[in-house]
Design a protein around this ligand. Structure first.
Ligand code: PEP
Length: 258
């Protein structure tokens, strides 16, 4: 499989208890098997709540499912007196492959600024997992016409001190904030423009060996109705999906179309 094999990530946010999560994974696996889905053509990953990750792991291992999984955020520290936090090592221990970092909802409801996000990226990389770094402008920047500079700036600020080796592990999700959970999807052209601008920045900072292998996802109101046009864009390598990832039928359809 190529380094930029399409990737579909379901971000469940704060939905599903561990029993619902177990049921969902079984149902999704069954639907994909029934559709003769080719896991070598498109990768699928689910991001449950912390409380469900262990269940998903046990199920994936017992049934040898080719579905990946990870977490929605992580502590910047490794252990100690940080009540309520979960460390990257704890997630790696559960065989998490990915961790979402800097989702706009985390930036909004928690004190996650760029410095904190840099530290999360490092924690995830150090533990041997891959960060899915979320960036994207709000409606205000779009109105001002500075959306590309804004999203590229967010990537640049977080990644510039990484080594080439570290940067090559990074996955970036371009998620315009105004498109998240609103039903307002970016046009394929503007998703492509942003993905391309981000890839160009990676090229300038790290060179082709990073820029050519980095997967850049689009997120924001993706459904089975708009997935085909979006994935046909040359720099869009997959999706980060919120609402539509809560329905196994819809998610399996998106996987098949990606
Ligand atoms: C998200 O939360 O990352 C997201 C893209 O949500 P939605 O698909 O619901 O817009």
């Amino acid at each position: 499989p190529s380094a930029r094999m399409p990737l579909v990530v379901g971000n469940w946010k704060m939905n599903f208890d561990h029993l619902e999560a177990t049921y969902f994974v079984q149902k999704l696996a069954w639907l994909l098997r029934d559709a003769h889905f080719d896991y070598n053509r498109c990768e699928v990953a689910l991001m449950p709540s912390f409380t469900s990750i262990r269940n998903v792991q046990v199920l994936v291992e017992a049934d040898r499912l080719k579905i990946g999984y990870g977490a929605q955020s992580v502590s910047v520290t490794n252990q100690g007196a940080f009540t309520g936090d979960v460390s990257a090592d704890m997630l790696a221990q559960l065989k998490c492959k990915y961790v979402i970092v800097g989702h706009s909802e985390r930036r909004k409801y928690h004190p996650e600024d760029d410095a904190n996000i840099v530290d999360q990226v490092r924690a995830v990389l150090t533990a041997g997992m891959q960060p899915i770094l979320c960036v994207g402008e709000s409606m205000e920047e779009r109105r001002q016409g500075i959306e590309l500079d804004f999203a590229v700036g967010q990537v640049h600020d977080v990644t510039r001190d990484l080594s080439d080796e570290e940067a090559s592990k990074l996955i970036i999700a371009y998620e315009p904030v105004w498109a998240i959970g609103t039903g307002l999807v970016a046009t394929p052209e503007s998703a492509q423009d942003a993905a391309k601008a981000i890839r160009t920045d990676l090229y300038e900072t790290f060179g082709a060996k990073v820029a050519d292998v980095s997967r850049i996802l689009y997120g924001g109101s993706v459904t089975s109705k708009n997935a085909v046009e979006l994935i046909s864009q040359p720099d869009v390598d997959g999706f980060l999906i919120g609402g539509a990832s809560l329905d196994p039928e819809e998610l399996s359809n998106i996987c098949r179309l990606t």
